[in-house]
Design a protein around this ligand. Sequence first.
Ligand code: SF4
Length: 339
Amino acid sequence: MIDMLSAYFDILAGKKKPRFHALRSRDTGLNRLDLEGADAGVLWEVHDAALDGLAAGVREKSSRPDNANLLELKQAISRRLLSSCNFCERRCGAKRTSGKTGTCGVPVRSRYASEFFHFGEEAELVPSHTIFFTGCNFSCVYCQNHDIATSPAAGSVADPASLARSIDRGRERGSRNVNFVGGNPDPHLHTCLDIISLLRSDVPVVWNSNAYASREAMKLLGGAVDIYLSDFRYGDNGCAEEYSDVPEYWETVTRNLLLSYRQAELMLRHLVLPGHLDCCTAPIMAWVARNLPGVRFNLMFQYRPEHEAHLHPGIDRSLTAEETVRARSLARDYGIKAA
Ligand code: SF4
């Protein structure tokens, strides 16, 4: 059994700094002025070497004030990716810098619907200063946040400096973390890195997503995130395609969950879908028991047939009492301590 969320609680107790602090003090050896013109391959090489060095505790040879730190390098790479977006595994290649959008419809300038202290998240996280970005790369027919997930042009433009100030003030008023969510935060990766670069407080960073980021995005998140709060919805790619219009769900999400588990701390959420215990809940639990032993696992029963769910026979109803009992019993069978 791992010591669940111990690093996070150490940050809250002032015994550790949030992970992004180390990125800001890591010299990449690249002059800041050279970042925009440098070859993308070179930027990635330097990024990966610096991140590996940081993880291995290798000391830097030298540090120069005009050199970019590792967080600045991540910001520069994320800006590059916007000209052919592959922030998530849909890999649209949308030229967002030229006004184009991909499947998520999210423009180059992020927008958010609201930000507030959220008390409805897991007990360890509340109060959680939650930023609800608009737009999503999934199209879940039962989406319970469909008003913001399907409206990427809604809300206010996300100004990183003002959001960072608000997050800092929130930390002073007692928030336990900043929680980037939506919709889904992946299309807003560049904005979130910009916000993190401007934070002054020791606030832990929570990445609250559908775990469908691309490999590149996962690398950029590495070292910036303290807790991945990840949905694990489907145990079957057919269900993912049918209800969220998402290809290669299982391969992508399991890959990212393993990466998240290595990079930071991980909390999982599984929303039980009516009629999907055998195809989704059971395989998910079997995989988690095998690959992520002791992970914080939130088994969720609040499914409601919202949005377009009424058009999909089978999930056009709430869970039955028997399904709830069976899901709990599956968790016990797989040795998962579900909360
Ligand atoms: S975030 Fe994903 S869905 Fe949106 S444009 Fe980029 S690759 Fe496409």
